[in-house]
Design a protein around this ligand. Structure first.
Ligand code: C2O
Ligand code: CU
Ligand code: CU
Length: 566
């Protein structure tokens, strides 16, 4: 699968860090020094990803097991860059009842914990809020009762505690959790609060996919640092206004909370579980070798069969699992996971006035390096079939020919809206009610900035670039081409179709082959000018749930609404 195009290194030193109390093993190498080729030493700041091998993947807890763990949200410090440690927010976790190996920390990272559960298990997470602001925990992708869903109306005051109890009903796959207090989700997640829930079941285990040290969660995030190594969330001035409006983009790429990650691998297959835990960064993931990617799972777990794509678009909130076979590589090779260039997501109006971020969406950059350091210790073959995915039939929908519309756009007040409305904590409009058990088709339309908003921006008086006068309707020059990763709570859905406006088609062509719409999804990237139809059955729980953009600044800015299953 991989061709050799990297220098060979001789392995000079290897570190094994054993976190025995956590059931976690982190393996690291520092490789350098070639014999007859110019050496490419790894930079001094090279960090080692903290892959996570929980014993529970090997000795799976019995189905219907119960797990209770504490989750303490608090401020702490982590060394991330050379020099001063970075002030972060982080969850500390401890198992109170159940398999102690089910909850593992990510050593040396603000991220985590990683919770591994079997389908059918009952989980209680006991949140302790040691922050000085309200917080809560949302179980992204897991279908849980509304009162355990961690919604903005249910927050935990500083110093207080709350239990979240639910049964794990989801298919085997990679889910995650993060805070959801309205107006503060973006900052709390950016400063470090996020963890993973990995669901398994006996059918999945029987597939014999890479497990243990070959099953590697990788959380991708971008961050901005100041000169003292501190996270910059939303800066002051015009740059800050732009971040607030468009979403915070960092120029440092972190994997499991570390920069410049080099992960040692053997010449064998791995299962990589990727989460985009960024606020606004959209990755176009590919291999540095140009090899295609083999996809095992999307948001809602394993696909019916592996899918091969040239690259994968991964928007905030989305997960993708890859089969990465380093078998064809040689010891000494380095293979990079990269983000490739793409077009179509850019700040036009606000951006033109306020300047481009240092690493805009669509720029190309390296994500991490896989250093092939040893020969295979086992061989596995990619299964031809994974787990069944029952297709939802659009014809069964109560609104098969008239999808329920959700229009994602910038409103006249330069606010982010869904169907012209912003988030209201206590309100469900009549057109936001669905019947329990119904199958419905929903259509998410990305209508970009309203011309009126663009005109308002052009009339803003802040910079020389703003001297455009009124922007005629239909003139795209002052529009902001924002993508909206649309996330729905309380369900998993299936993507039915995508359509794109002719004006945006050329840009969309640069991403379309990486929109992996197979299997079950809970977050779907809706590109500028795009209309995406999805179908779902509302048979989880009754109650209030949320639909929102997972660009966290858009979400905090109001691009979120309730819907009620009744
Ligand atoms: Cu991951 Cu409502 O969010
Ligand atoms: Cu969610
Ligand atoms: Cu958005």
């Amino acid at each position: 699968m991989f061709s050799t195009q990297y220098h060979h290194h001789s392995l000079s030193r290897r570190r094994f860090l054993i976190y025995s109390g956590l059931g976690v093993v982190a393996l690291g190498v520092n490789a350098c020094g070639g014999s007859n080729v110019p050496a490419t030493p790894l930079p001094a700041s090279t960090a080692v990803a903290a892959p996570i091998t929980a014993a529970s993947t090997v000795t799976a807890p019995a189905q219907d097991a119960a797990l209770t763990f504490s989750l303490t949200a608090r401020a702490t410090e982590m060394p991330i860059l050379p020099g001063a440690a970075t002030r972060v927010l982080s969850y500390a976790a401890a198992v109170e009842a159940g398999d102690p190996a089910a909850v593992s920390a990510v050593p040396g990272s603000y991220l985590g914990p990683i919770v591994r559960v079997e389908r059918g298990a009952t989980v209680t997470a006991r949140l302790r809020n040691e922050l000085d602001t309200p917080t809560n925990v949302h179980w992204h992708g897991l279908i849980v009762p509304a009162e355990a869903d961690g919604q903005p109306a249910n927050v935990v005051a500083p110093g207080a505690e709350a239990d979240y109890t639910f049964t794990v009903n989801n298919r085997p796959g990679t889910y995650w959790f993060h805070p959801h207090p309205h107006g503060h989700t973006a900052e709390q997640a950016y400063r470090g609060l996020a963890g993973l829930v990995i669901v398994s079941d006996p059918e999945e285990t029987a597939l014999g996919l890479p497990a243990g040290a070959q099953d590697i969660p990788l959380v991708l995030q971008d961050r901005k640092f100041d000169a003292d190594n501190q996270f910059v969330f939303i800066a002051g001035g015009m740059a800050g206004m732009m971040d607030q409006m468009m979403g915070v983009l960092g120029d440092r790429i972190l994997v499991n909370g570390q920069p410049d990650v080099v992960l040692p691998v053997a010449t064998q297959p791995y299962r990589l579980r990727l989460l985009n835990g960024s606020n606004a960064r959209i990755f176009k993931l590919g291999w540095s070798t140009g090899a295609p990617l083999t996809v095992l799972a999307t948001d809602g777990g394993l696909l019916a069969a592996p899918a091969t794509v040239p690259y994968v678009m991964l928007a905030p909130g989305e997960r993708i699992e890859l089969w990465a076979d380093f078998g064809p590589a040689a010891v000494g090779d380095e293979i990079k996971l990269v983000s490739l260039a793409y077009e179509g997501v850019e700040a036009g109006g606000m951006g033109m006035m306020m300047g481009e971020p240092p690493l805009p969406n669509g720029a190309a950059f390296d994500v991490m390096t896989f250093a092939v350091t040893e020969p295979a210790q086992s061989t596995l073959t990619l299964p031809a079939a994974l787990l069944p995915v029952a297709a939802l039939v659009v014809g069964e929908a109560v609104n098969a020919t008239s999808p329920r519309p959700f229009i994602f756009a910038m409103g006249d007040a330069m606010n982010w809206t869904i169907n012209g409305r912003t988030y209201e904590m206590d309100v469900v409009a009549d057109d936001e009610r669905v019947r329990f058990g119904d199958v419905e088709v929903w259509e998410f339309s990305n209508e970009m900035a309203a011309p009126a908003a663009a005109g308002a921006m052009a009339g803003m008086d802040h910079s020389a670039h703003a001297q455009h006068g009124a922007t005629p309707a239909g003139d795209n020059s002052m529009r902001d081409f924002m993508a909206h990763p649309v996330h729905v709570h309380g369900v998993q859905f299936q993507v039915v179709s995508r359509e794109v406006d002719d004006a945006q088609r050329a840009a969309w062509e640069t991403v379309k082959d990486g929109l992996v719409d197979q299997g079950w999804k809970d977050t779907v990237l809706v590109m500028p000018g795009e209309r995406v139809r999805v179908v779902t059955r509302f048979d989880g729980y009754r109650g209030l749930y949320l639909i929102h953009c997972h660009n966290l600044e858009h979400e905090d800015g109001g691009m979120m609404r309730h819907f009620e299953v009744e």
